[in-house]
Design a protein around this ligand. Structure first.
Ligand code: ADP
Length: 341
């Protein structure tokens, strides 16, 4: 439930101004052409969609993987829109037993989409139940109990399963192999994020200029969801502190106020680096040890904090554990313990 955790944070000191669900939805692109970046993914999907439409078949099952906030759910909503079909949304964490899948599977319209977010969280029994649903559009439903129980082989309407995961490595090979299309969503460039910020500032009726968009984009950790979060906070700040005027200086002051630094790190990211440097002398140390010391779950750190720190070369993962890099010491203006001894 990585996304829920982001929304539920309510302390502006630690959360970089959470986005209420309605606002997040209103900023979400509705069509593929409204999406920014991920051009190669979009290109391949468009080909697959048009081929499926020509054959009058459902689109093959699709798996998206990548860190939170990069557009997996957005793809799962724009694909059915392109195909003129409907989508049902489920979360892997909520599918505890095969029976939890039944309402979704039996409600499928012809060629519609079932989206399962965090699909790596479905238990083995649910995963196995999905196999025949995905492959043959059939499921077994057990009616009654004990000696009078009987099995009904139920035919499903042909459908497309879209799975999303932040942990592709946790998916079993049989499940992974049942997805015909697998796409990894990568980080967004500064100019793509600027474009997202500019477009969304118009939607929010507070258009920002190029320098302001650049400040917000450069502090958004290459992630559209964070760009939206930061933009909404800058808007609130501008409206309450600057009579609705927005500029790069106002954006900088707004983001400084909630502890978003020039690399886009928030307090949790810096807390991770601080723990690694202060408590574990820069590492190497295990993720669990860092998580226990910070009193947060290791899943949160692994999904939401580490991917960007790794990508920014602020930490490295070695066989003996996580280590802070020279760049991290420099960024936090600290001196490595050996060097200071
Ligand atoms: P994920 O499912 O990967 O966690 P989402 O699809 O929920 O991420 O994306 C979070 C938000 O970021 C969306 O609501 C949308 O506003 C924005 N977003 C994501 N990808 C794009 C994109 N390619 N273009 C524009 N906005 C995007």
């Amino acid at each position: 439930m990585a996304r829920e955790a982001v929304y539920q944070q309510s302390d502006p000191e630690t959360s970089a101004a959470p986005v209420p669900r309605e606002q997040d939805t209103s900023l979400r692109p509705r069509r593929m052409d409204e999406m920014v970046g991920q051009r190669d993914v979009i290109e391949r999907l468009k080909i697959a969609i048009s081929a499926a439409q020509k054959r009058e078949e459902p689109l093959g099952h699709i798996l998206f993987d990548g860190p939170p906030g990069l557009g997996k759910t957005t793809f799962a909503t724009v694909i059915p829109a392109e195909m003129g079909t409907t989508v049902q949304m489920a979360n892997g964490a909520g599918l505890k037993a095969p029976k939890d899948l039944l309402p979704y599977l039996t409600n499928l319209a012809e060629s519609s989409v079932l989206f399962i977010d965090e699909i790596h969280r479905v238990p083995k029994a649910v995963e196995e139940y999905l196999y025949t649903a995905m492959e043959d559009y059939r499921i077994d439903i057990i009616l009654g109990e004990g000696v009078s129980a009987r099995t009904l082989n139920y035919e499903l309407r042909p459908f497309t399963l879209i799975g999303a995961t932040t942990r592709a490595g946790m998916l079993s090979a049989p499940l992974r192999d049942r997805f015909q299309i697998r796409e990894h969503l990568g980080w967004y460039t500064r100019s793509e994020l600027c474009e997202i910020v500019r477009r969304n500032s118009v939607k929010l009726e507070l258009p920002v200029d190029e320098p302001t968009a650049k400040v917000i984009a450069s502090r958004s950790r290459s992630t559209p969801r964070l760009a939206n979060n930061r933009l909404l906070w800058v808007r609130d700040y501008a409206q309450s502190k600057a009579n609705g005027n927005v500029s790069d200086e106002i954006a900088t002051a707004a983001l400084d106020m909630i502890g978003i630094d020039t690399l886009g790190l928030d307090k949790q990211d810096r807390g991770y680096l601080d723990t690694l440097m202060r408590v574990f002398a820069g590492g190497p140390t295990g993720l669990e040890a860092i998580a226990h010391t910070m009193n947060v779950s290791s899943d949160t750190l692994e999904d939401e904090v580490e991917p960007f720190l790794l990508r920014s070369e602020l930490i490295v993962r070695t066989r003996r554990g996580r280590m802070a890099t020279e760049k991290a010491y420099h960024h936090l203006q600290r001196v490595r313990p050996e060097a200071s001894a």
